[in-house]
Design a protein around this ligand. Structure first.
Ligand code: CA
Length: 232
């Protein structure tokens, strides 16, 4: 889970950043509106925490621009502005929550967690070709044959199946499955992928887990086989 904190006051930015990092999130900080717009365009954040009083562009303007993009993460406004007008305008422009400074970090963390949960609807079943994953019963089958997975193997496969055809870096996999941004863990992804491959792809005519050179891994049904595999 990666969070962007947009805050020009260094003391508050550091405080929020440290707190969120120790709660297991990966955090980036932008100190003004323009750099926040660049960062949020180039990186897929799961949540944005936004201050309104920024040195260059007003926070509400930042919100409006972020909200008008195709993929927009939830936005929590964290502002010293307590006027009803600002709150209403923020929520009208699509903010998901509004907190007034000064604030207690535990409350911020509770609201962050609630927003991140809301942003992740859980479909009951995921399917790629003949590979089926039941999110509720936590069962996996390929071509009707049940496959036993360890909990972390299941989480990695679920993450990959939610992002079919999208190359996922080792860091992205670590962040989503272990909920932390820790480089030392990225090697472990290779180990888990090896296990997953032997369980999911060994002995199958169509391989679903692919290595993306220089990036990481991707789950995909190769196009030429897609129709054939779906007929089974
Ligand atoms: Ca400010």
């Amino acid at each position: 889970m990666r969070i962007l904190v947009i805050e020009d006051e260094k003391r508050i930015a550091d405080f929020v950043c440290r707190g969120l990092e120790s709660a297991g999130y990966a955090v980036d900080v932008a100190n003004d509106g323009n750099s926040s717009l660049n960062l949020s365009r180039d990186t897929a954040y799961d949540l944005i925490i936004l201050d309104l009083g920024l040195p260059d562009i007003d926070g509400l303007e930042v919100l409006d621009r972020v909200r008008n993009r195709k993929v927009a993460p939830p936005v929590l406004i964290l502002s010293a502005r307590n006027a009803v007008d600002d709150r209403v305008k923020g929520l009208e422009l699509g903010a998901d929550d509004y907190m007034v400074k000064p604030f207690a970090f535990v409350e911020l963390l509770a609201r962050v967690r609630a927003l991140l949960r809301r942003g992740q609807p859980i479909p009951e079943r995921l399917q790629i070709g003949d590979l089926l994953l039941d999110c509720i019963r936590r069962k996996v089958t390929r071509a009707g044959t049940s496959i036993e997975l360890a909990p972390k193997e299941f989480s990695i496969l679920e993450y990959m199946m939610r992002n079919p055809g999208r190359p996922l870096s080792r860091t992205m996999i670590v962040e989503h499955v272990w909920d932390m941004d820790y480089d030392g863990l990225t090697n472990i992804v290779d180990v888990y992928i090896r296990h997953l491959r032997s369980k999911i792809d060994d002995g199958q005519a169509v391989r679903l887990i692919h290595t993306v050179r220089g990036i990481g891994y991707m789950l995909e049904l190769p196009e030429r086989t897609a129709d054939k595999a779906l007929e089974r």
